[in-house]
Design a protein around this ligand. Structure first.
Ligand SMILES: [Zn+2]
Length: 109
């Protein structure tokens, strides 16, 4: 009988947001006109990488950006590293809150 790794069979939705860039980020929502601007409330471009590596509002969840030569190994580890996925979840829940705020501000203007 072959065993499957649950993490690989069901990657976290947060991991998919990160890898695809499709999620509740200003840069993504702006593409579909849900937001007028692709910028985060901190003033920088609000894409998936921004919330994972650099946004001051998700600082507690930041990951260290891998060097180019380590990227392949780093991405392979993502699939099984629960700590990393937990941090992504925190960062993307925060970005969702930021998008909610931006959407509300837009609706009032
Ligand atoms: Zn930001």
């Amino acid at each position: 009988m072959t065993r499957t790794t649950p993490e690989l069979a069901h990657p976290s939705p947060f991991l998919i947001y990160f890898l695809s860039g499709h999620g509740t980020f200003p840069s993504y929502l702006q593409r579909f006109k849900f937001l007028d601007s692709s910028h985060c409330t901190c003033g920088m471009l609000g894409d998936a990488d921004h919330y994972i590596y650099s946004c001051p509002l998700t600082k507690e969840f930041h990951l260290i950006k891998p060097a180019d030569e380590q990227k392949k190994e780093w991405f392979n580890n993502l699939l099984t590293n629960i700590q990393v996925v937990t941090k992504m979840e925190g960062a993307f829940r925060t970005s969702r809150g930021i998008c909610d705020t931006l959407t509300q501000e837009r609706d009032y203007n």
